[in-house]
Design a protein. Structure first.
Ligand SMILES: O=C(O)c1ccccc1NC[C@H](O)[C@H](O)[C@H](O)COP(=O)(O)O
Length: 256
């Protein structure tokens, strides 16, 4: 079994780490550079920084943040939020990011995935998919892709979109369940397994982590390659090393 990765996620709003539930009621969770360094020190395998209110004028904030983080962490980190061009990616990678995560811009223009993979290599292009289980106009309940920080439902079915982004050259998928985000009730294991079982690229599961057992479930039932979490780390409810020791005892391969 490939080593499973534990990835803290720092959702960034106006330069601060925030955390909500189901993508709303955001509250302050600390300084992202400080938190990033702490998580790296505590044994996180990677970090994700998501500028969830990404606008053009936030772009400079993000570049400055990346430079500061790069000085303080020695593990791979991914930056996402409002990225929509080869120039955006170049600037972030040159500032020290190891990977970028694209979401709304990929839905808006799927060819962007092909272009970025060709220009920078698939290994540094993650496509983030925010998904919610909703009743569509034809009365069927389906997992539907949402964009713009979860505010806009699209016409895309999550499973089909996951397949398409892989075919277009995505190196990994960051699959965030809006239904489980912030609830600490567990990851969306069934959906994660459906996507993981149909993909040959790594799937990072995100949204809902509340206990150490939830990580065991997302790796065994959800078949995820990595577990991403925010609430339980920011609010100091789970220690990363203790989590990894727990997973190793369960027979999950982790880096300790
Ligand atoms: O991804 C977004 O665009 C977004 C926008 C607004 C608020 C939250 C957002 N994403 C949710 C984050 O990716 C969040 O870090 C993950 O869902 C993990 O959250 P936890 O359930 O607290 O571990």
């Amino acid at each position: 079994m490939l080593t499973k990765r534990i990835i803290p996620c720092l959702d960034i709003k106006d330069g601060r780490t925030v955390k909500g539930t189901n993508f709303v009621n955001l509250r302050d969770a600390g300084d992202p550079v400080e938190l990033g360094a702490i998580y790296a020190e505590q044994g996180a395998d990677e970090l994700v920084f998501l500028d969830i209110t990404a606008t053009v004028d936030n772009r400079k904030t993000l570049i400055d943040l990346v430079r500061n983080v790069a000085r303080n962490v020695n593990i791979p980190f991914t930056v996402g939020g409002g990225i929509s061009s080869i120039e955006d990616v170049s600037a972030l990678l040159n500032a020290g990011a190891d990977k970028v995560s694209i979401n709304s811009s990929a839905v808006r223009r799927p060819e962007l995935i092909n272009e970025l993979a060709l220009q920078f290599g698939s290994q540094c292009i993650i496509v983030a998919i925010d998904t919610r289980f909703i009743v569509t106009e034809n009365g069927i309940s389906e997992h539907i892709v949402h964009t713009h920080g979860g505010r806009k439902p699209t016409a895309l079915r999550t499973l089909a979109w996951a397949k398409e982004v892989e075919e277009r050259g995505a190196g990994e998928i960051l699959l965030t369940s809006m239904d489980t985000d912030g609830t600490k009730a567990g990851f969306a294991n069934e959906l994660t397994a459906a996507i993981s079982g149909n993909s040959s690229i790594p799937i990072i599961a995100s949204g809902g982590a509340g206990t150490m057992e939830h990580f065991n479930e997302v790796f065994t039932v959800g078949k995820a390659d990595a577990g991403l979490a925010a609430s339980i780390f920011h609010f100091k409810e789970i220690d990363i090393i203790e989590l990894k020791e727990y997973l190793r005892e369960k027979g999950i391969s982790v880096r300790l």
